[in-house]
Design a protein around this ligand. Structure first.
Ligand SMILES: *[C@@H]1O[C@H](CO)[C@@H](O)[C@H](O)[C@H]1NC(C)=O
Ligand SMILES: *[C@@H]1O[C@H](CO)[C@@H](O)[C@H](O)[C@H]1NC(C)=O
Length: 526
């Protein structure tokens, strides 16, 4: 019995431990440069417009309507009037152009510019993948190879599909070679009458007097990734008799899904288990209470998350309410970040603390859009007391510029209507009332450096990452914004002091962020 116990101890403890040690000892001490990606050259290539010498004599007629659409070598921001209607300025604001460089001059532009460009260079190196590079297949190549779609997990091995040689000339000997940089090449089997050189190395050469045998051998060529550098690509060169073909093999982990369990439900959408309402408050407890009361009329069990950075926070209590207190004046976006980070449902509905739910605030409709389309975020409409309602649909363009930076152009409007949802459109930016996929919103995040006057910034950061829509048939009311000076309460006055600061400090810091973080030099809008 005793002996048996001892034996058990040895087996149960020492064996796993020795495996553990073995594991530690087999840890690779290979040193790998993970910065070895090429940064791309200037993407703007208008060289086809200047012909090669041998084509210079060929006459042509330029089409200016197409030339105008091509990217220009440098962007400019000039306010342009897009439509001229009476009361335009009162209704939709006037066109504007802002120069961020000019805001930076008093802050020491030269040093900041140098730092920004250095960071930008690193960003390009980090975000660039060799798989994004343009590869041209030269004419008349007898080589057959995969154009795209070949993928390998980091440090794993695959057979390269689709390799072949179609040599029409009868030859004594056929030879091909393959080379790569982030891995090694080998063969899964050796075919008769084929000579193999460099198996297991970065370059492999296969030759044979029999074309069929060589082609059979090509089907069995394997690639092993040896440099763990996730989310990049290896560029493979395939050569034979003066012909060269280049293709890429993507190296990456699979995308890990992040799924939310909606739970069992009989109705179509159980809003309480699908959606959390998030808001940020500052001083305006009366307005916040109105919002909560209005939500409870329609959604009695939905969770409401409140981020609060008031100086003397008041208690907000009730079922399904989470109240997070932050340091005084931590700011607008910091509060949004905090609130959204606490959401555990699939969707989050963003509302301002002075909104009021009404019978047209149908969250189900917004959920339906996100469930049935590839959109990540969909905005509604905010109705003012005047009855006028706004969706604040924006189109955002970043136009390539020069060393000073790129140009940001925002336009009121949208891209197109969404099929099956006649009230919904695709845009780049929407109003402060939106439903979004929680994980996607967290990925973009709200930059906590923006303490006041911010909204569009989130959509600029999300450009290309967030697929945005807007529906004007889901409406929330806005507690009166138009107020007579003498009807303002003490809280209102204090609130406006912080929310609409008189100093230009907030504006300058916003310009600084545009200038440095987004590498923009100026902005226009209408
Ligand atoms: C912005 O202002 C700076 C300094 O005043 C000037 O050098 C620059 O050319 C301007 N940039 C644009 C895009 O207008
Ligand atoms: C909806 O979800 C909530 C929270 O997950 C749950 O308590 C409730 O029973 C569900 N209601 C229905 C009708 O399924």
């Amino acid at each position: 019995m005793r002996v048996n116990r001892k034996l058990c101890f040895v087996v149960a403890v020492l064996v796993p431990m020795s495996f553990f040690c073995f594991h530690m000892w087999t840890k690779s001490d290979k040193v790998v440069a993970v910065w070895n990606r090429e940064a791309p050259e200037d993407l703007l290539d208008n060289s086809p417009l200047q012909p090669l010498e041998k084509y210079a004599g060929i006459s042509l007629k330029w089409k200016s309507e197409v030339l105008e659409l091509l990217p220009k070598s440098n962007c400019k921001c000039e306010a342009e009037t897009t439509l001229d209607i009476p009361f335009r300025q009162e209704l939709i604001g006037k066109p504007y152009a802002v120069n961020f460089t000019a805001s930076m001059v008093p802050l020491g532009i030269d040093e900041t510019h140098k730092r920004r460009e250095l960071e930008y260079k690193k960003f390009l190196m980090r975000s660039y993948s060799p798989a994004d590079k343009i590869i041209v297949a030269e004419a008349n190549s007898p080589l057959q190879y995969p154009l795209q779609g070949v993928e390998v997990r980091p440090l794993k091995t695959i057979l390269i599909p689709g390799l072949g040689l179609l040599d029409l000339k009868k030859k004594q000997n056929y030879e091909v070679s393959l080379s790569c940089t982030l891995g090694t090449l080998n063969v899964a089997a050796e075919v008769d009458s084929v000579t193999i050189k460099g198996a297991g190395e970065k370059q492999i050469t296969l030759s044979s007097s029999l074309l069929d045998n060589l082609n059979r051998q090509l089907q069995l060529v394997s690639y092993s990734n040896t440099v763990f550098n996730p989310n990049t690509a290896d560029t493979v060169q395939f050569q034979s008799d003066g012909h060269t073909a280049t293709f890429t093999i993507k190296v990456r982990h699979p995308t890990i899904p992040k799924l939310y369990d909606m739970g069992p439900t009989k109705s179509k959408y159980n809003i309480s288990s699908l959606v959390t309402i998030a808001t940020k408050t500052f001083l305006r407890y009366d307005k916040l209470q109105d919002l909560i009361d209005s939500i409870r009329k329609f959604y009695p069990t939905i969770t409401i998350i409140i981020a609060d950075d008031s100086e003397k926070p008041q208690k907000i209590e009730g079922p399904f309410i989470e109240h997070y207190i932050m340091p005084f004046r931590k700011g607008w976006f910091a509060g949004r970040n905090l609130a959204v980070s606490q959401v555990s449902t699939k969707y989050v509905l963003w509302v301002d603390d002075d909104f009021i739910f009404c019978p047209q605030t149908k969250i189900e409709k917004l959920v339906d859009v996100l469930e049935k389309t590839s959109l990540d975020l969909v905005g509604g409409a905010v109705r003012e007391v005047t009855g006028y309602y706004t969706t604040y649909r924006q189109i955002i363009n970043v136009i390539p510029g020069d060393k000073e930076g790129d140009c940001l152009k925002t336009l009121q409007g949208y891209h197109h209507i969404i099929e099956g949802f006649p009230n919904c459109v695709v845009a780049d930016g929407v109003v402060n009332f939106f439903l979004g996929r929680t994980d996607k919103i967290l990925k973009v995040g709200f930059d906590p450096q923006l303490s006041v006057v911010a909204h569009l910034e989130f959509f600029i950061d999300g450009l290309g990452a967030l697929h945005v829509g807007s529906c004007d048939d889901v409406v929330v009311d806005h507690a009166s914004k138009i107020q007579l000076p003498w009807s303002k309460t003490k809280t209102d006055k204090e609130y406006s002091k912080f929310r609409y600061p008189k100093s230009s400090h907030a504006v300058t810091s916003q310009h600084k962020l545009f200038y440095f973080k987004n590498r923009l030099k100026c902005m226009t809008g209408n």
